[in-house]
Design a protein around this ligand. Sequence first.
Ligand SMILES: Cc1cc2nc3c(=O)[nH]c(=O)nc-3n(C[C@H](O)[C@H](O)[C@H](O)COP(=O)(O)OP(=O)(O)OC[C@H]3O[C@@H](n4cnc5c(N)ncnc54)[C@H](O)[C@@H]3O)c2cc1C
Length: 444
Amino acid sequence: MTTAPTLVWFRDDLRIADHPALHAAADRGAPVIACYLLDEHGEGVRAPGGAARWWLHHSLAALRDELAELGVPLVLRRGPAVELLPALVAEAGADAVLWNRRYSPARAIDARLKSALREAGVDARSFPGDVLAEPQDVRTGSGTPYRVFTPFWNGLRDRPVASPLPAPDALTGADAPGGDALEAWGLLPTRPDWSGGLRAAWAPGEAAALARLEEFAGELDGYAERDLPAVDASSRLSPRLRWGELSPRQVWHRIRAAGGPQSEPFLRELGWREFFRHTLFHEPDLATRNLKPAFDRFPWAEPDPTELTAWREGRTGLPLVDAGMRELWATGTMHNRVRMSAASFLIKNLLVDWRVGEQWFWDTLVDADEASNPGNWQWVAGSGQDAAPYFRIFNPERQAARFDPDARYIRRWIPEYGTDAYPAPIVDLAATRERALAAYDTIR
Ligand SMILES: Cc1cc2nc3c(=O)[nH]c(=O)nc-3n(C[C@H](O)[C@H](O)[C@H](O)COP(=O)(O)OP(=O)(O)OC[C@H]3O[C@@H](n4cnc5c(N)ncnc54)[C@H](O)[C@@H]3O)c2cc1C
């Protein structure tokens, strides 16, 4: 008699270390089959944007190779997970399906699948996902979700965080049902292939992610300079965390072990990631609805197509904003300080609804995240739960003078900076600031 295999369903957790579902599959002892289902239209699903698809392709290729070394096949299928997963279970003759939980609106799919599979006699089980503490377990003293970051962080920082699980060293594979070729999914851009800058900046996959974590832990003291965009002082771990090439638990424990004065400020940033994940769990329409309802009445301007294009292409004439937008287009990322300035410029100086900018970032960031992207846009807009007040308007010239005083970052991305070829500002900063404050006065 052959033993029925265990199916492990991979989602935003493209790694084999600290993977609770894969670990539990190893513990079951039966042969293992892995699968990844590209479900772009399912309930609550937000389909990845262009840069994210590029990352997904390469990270899946890396995962496929890692699993192959363990003898485990990765089956790829595209379509609605609610149909594909039960079909795959039946074809493989699996008697168990294991996955790590997600906290986005797509968890509706998982809940449905879990009960349907269990009814069919399949051992369907889920495990903690990509958080330090699960949202359902973190509450204020009065039992409500936290709405303000500092008390959330104070509640979180001293909680025990589960130690990372090792990668399984031995698994048994099983004959797998057929699947798609990764290349056939067309996740990579062609005609034109705009991914050259991404390739130069990044090597997706778990091995590179772990190597970067090690490297960063060794240079943690440099994090003190994280606000300077010309200096490579931050971890650049955001896409690794977004795609689950690393778990936040791994990062947490590694940085705690590194210690020193910068470990706390770093972990606090990881706390913001966690805060927005918990927020998304409680506010599933975070990307579309102002968390402060007064903003529903905000008199946004109809976006001027010329201004919007100038913002997207980094030709606003405000060097810090333009450098950031060009960095984003070239590499799929942007320094955090500059993200704040670029977002503030769109929302406040151009008076464009934050959702327009959020969507552009969604399409262009390799770390585009369903929680952190809208969470941060709402933070800059002032419409979020614990947000910067609307009237605090970043001045991109002063931000540049403060954080890029010798324009090193600016020159890196704007070769024509300081010449006649570089445009004059498309708007007057002082006048648009006054316009934004007047608009805000109408909703306070
Ligand atoms: C308008 C705007 C949009 C953003 N969109 C995203 C997004 O889609 N995905 C994303 O991961 N981050 C987003 N951020 C947050 C932040 O800019 C990036 O996480 C950071 O720049 C990544 O670089 P790093 O890994 O070197 O950060 P580090 O400073 O090394 O921070 C370590 C980790 O903490 C987390 N983190 C740091 N800052 C934040 C923050 N403000 N909010 C949430 N998590 C944070 C990230 O996971 C990051 O990898 C956005 C910020 C702004 C202002």
